[in-house]
Design a binder for this molecule. Structure first.
Ligand SMILES: NC(=O)c1ccc[n+]([C@@H]2O[C@H](COP(=O)([O-])OP(=O)(O)OC[C@H]3O[C@@H](n4cnc5c(N)ncnc54)[C@H](OP(=O)(O)O)[C@@H]3O)[C@@H](O)[C@H]2O)c1
Length: 258
């Protein structure tokens, strides 16, 4: 089957950052979207706003990717609303703190592993049968440059993003022969809510991007749009996207103007 002109796309992490930017970019192109995250108010607002401009259907439902039942209900809602699913765009994820391995708390450890690794598996497990059924599929997950290198205080976060890389590589093997593309988008520094969530402190978060020009969610959305236009037989396995000012994967070498 060839790529349908209009796709049915399920997005986790759609309430903020890269997921939200992708929704904003994809809705005006006529694709239909299922938006998911935990923040009901933000989702509802985005769904209403995008529905006004979109020719496709835009629906939203809260989902906690840590929960199998929640992911199942979200996927069932998406299917019922749109009839089929072609694309899964897994953007839900987070980092917590910068604690060394010796002192990281159970809360931080478990939240990162349960969201970034277990949440991705649960999302894939629920949606893959429907991608297969649709006849034309694409799985995109947001990994990170933290899946390619490590830094002090980032042990668990980096482990989860190395985990995302392993999951996507495995998926490519398991789906070989099906008409489903698999790409890990691995950004460096993107100014979203990510650092605010990580540090629970806005001014500390702002310092991360001080004096340099970070990527925006829109930059990642541009990459997603491009991936969706490639010829049928092409698969981009991994896409490492960094700001020009960021030379190293860990952010150890960043050009700052002040
Ligand atoms: N920003 C960066 O510099 C950067 C770089 C490389 C990779 N990444 C990765 O990019 C992905 C997107 O992050 P972002 O930068 O766009 O950050 P963001 O603005 O904080 O967005 C994260 C999204 O994930 C959702 N989310 C978190 N936990 C969830 C859960 N349990 N269930 C469902 N949704 C959940 C959040 O929504 P709710 O809170 O409403 O649930 C939000 O929509 C993450 O995987 C992150 O690790 C970020």
């Amino acid at each position: 089957m060839r790529r349908p002109a209009k796709l049915n796309i399920l997005i986790t992490g759609a309430s903020s950052g890269m997921g939200e930017a992708c929704a904003r970019a994809l809705a005006p192109l006529g694709h239909s979207l299922v938006l998911g995250a935990r923040s009901a108010d933000k989702l509802k607002k985005l769904q209403k706003e995008l529905s006004k401009k979109a020719s496709g259907k835009i629906v939203a439902k809260t989902v906690d990717v840590q929960s199998t039942a929640s992911v199942k209900a979200f996927t069932a809602f998406g299917l019922k609303s749109l009839g089929s699913l072609n694309v899964v765009l897994a953007c839900a994820g987070l980092a917590r703190g910068l604690e060394p391995i010796e002192t990281i708390t159970d809360d931080e450890l478990e939240e990162m592993v349960r969201t970034n690794v277990e949440g991705l598996v649960k999302t894939l497990r629920a949606t893959l049968p429907h991608l297969k059924k649709s006849g034309w599929g694409y799985v995109m997950a947001i990994g990170s440059t933290a899946g390619h290198a490590v830094y002090e205080g980032g042990g668990t976060y980096c482990a989860t993003k190395h985990g995302v890389k392993a999951l996507m590589q495995t998926l490519r093997l398991e789906l070989c022969g099906h008409n489903i593309r698999v790409t890990s988008l691995d950004p460096g520094m993107v100014e979203t809510n990510f650092s605010v969530v990580r540090f629970k402190d806005k001014s500390r978060a702002q310092k991360v991007y001080q004096g340099m020009t970070p990527l925006t969610g829109q930059d990642i959305a541009t990459c997603v749009q491009w991936l969706l236009t490639l010829p049928e037989h092409v698969n981009i396995d991994e896409m490492i996207i960094k700001p020009l000012d960021q030379a190293s994967h860990t952010g150890a070498k960043v050009h700052r103007r002040k």
